[in-house]
Design a protein around this ligand. Structure first.
Ligand code: ARG
Length: 258
């Protein structure tokens, strides 16, 4: 069956094939890494890694013809796993920025986001400016940390850095920090799901608009295939379906088109 009429080269190198319908070659199972402590984007539920990003990447991988294995490794390890090519790609609400682009490749943007401030209700913090002189908890190595470095000064002792975002939230709840700065979807979901904790989310135009991308080792051959597959799920309604499942409203897909 695989000896079709087009055999001009004796050894079909295959993966880039001419896209013919006879492409029955089984693609390898991809190892995907994430930091599953960022609900609702990626988190663990009964030992399983779930979330918007997970549904998204599974749909994209399926579109591209790959099986996947999604593994929670933690935030800092993501970058080690990708740089060493032990993992094929990472999806973890990872913001596309110039700094990371020097060492990694990104897919097209698939999600818009911005940092927001989480505080206990009644806090005198009403804006980013009010964070000055306060202790702020962030996840280490995130754009939330970068925003606080810029606002409070790099190495400021007022910036408390944690290995995962849930630990940053716990620090605020136990009184060790006055606020948490993290991605909007995550702080909004946390405040909404914990009404008993009386938390408020503050938006400030001082925080940039950011876009998430899928992270690949530099030079990965998967980038092109995944970009095509992302375009397909954006166009064919699959993205919208997943978005509505997790957030209950329609996504603005136009903002993802550069
Ligand atoms: N978007 C932010 C960044 O890229 C935070 C992402 C944190 N993701 C996570 N799964 N903890 O820096």
């Amino acid at each position: 069956m695989f000896l079709t009429a087009c055999g001009s080269s004796p050894q079909d190198e295959g993966s880039e094939g001419a896209g013919n319908a006879e492409d029955t070659e089984t693609k390898k199972t991809l190892r995907i890494v994430t930091d599953a402590a960022y609900a609702p984007m990626e988190y663990q539920d009964k030992g399983e890694v779930v979330g918007f990003d997970i549904d998204f990447i599974k749909a994209v991988a399926k579109e591209a013809g790959y099986e996947v294995n999604v593994e929670h490794v933690g935030w800092d390890p993501i970058f080690v796993e990708i740089e060493s090519k032990r993992a094929d790609l990472a999806v973890s609400s990872i913001t596309i920025n110039d700094d990371r682009k020097q060492s990694y490749d990104f897919s097209h943007p698939y999600f818009q986001s911005t940092n927001k401030i989480l505080v206990p209700e009644g806090s005198d913090i009403k804006s980013a400016e009010d964070l000055k002189g306060k202790k702020v908890a962030v996840q280490n190595g995130t754009t939330g940390q970068a925003a606080m470095d810029a606002l409070l000064g790099k190495n400021s002792p007022d910036i408390k850095k944690f290995e995962d975002n849930n630990l940053a939230i716990m620090e605020m709840e136990s009184g060790g920090a006055a606020a948490v700065v993290a991605d909007n979807m995550v702080v909004e979901e946390y405040a909404k799901n914990n009404p008993d904790k009386n938390l408020t989310v503050i938006e400030d135009s001082a925080f940039d608009s950011e876009f998430y991308g899928v992270l690949f080792p530099k030079g990965s051959e998967l980038v092109g295939e995944f970009n095509d597959a992302i375009n397909a799920v954006l166009e064919n309604g699959t993205y919208t379906e997943i978005y509505k499942k997790w957030f209950g409203n329609e996504p603005n897909i136009d903002v993802l088109k550069e």
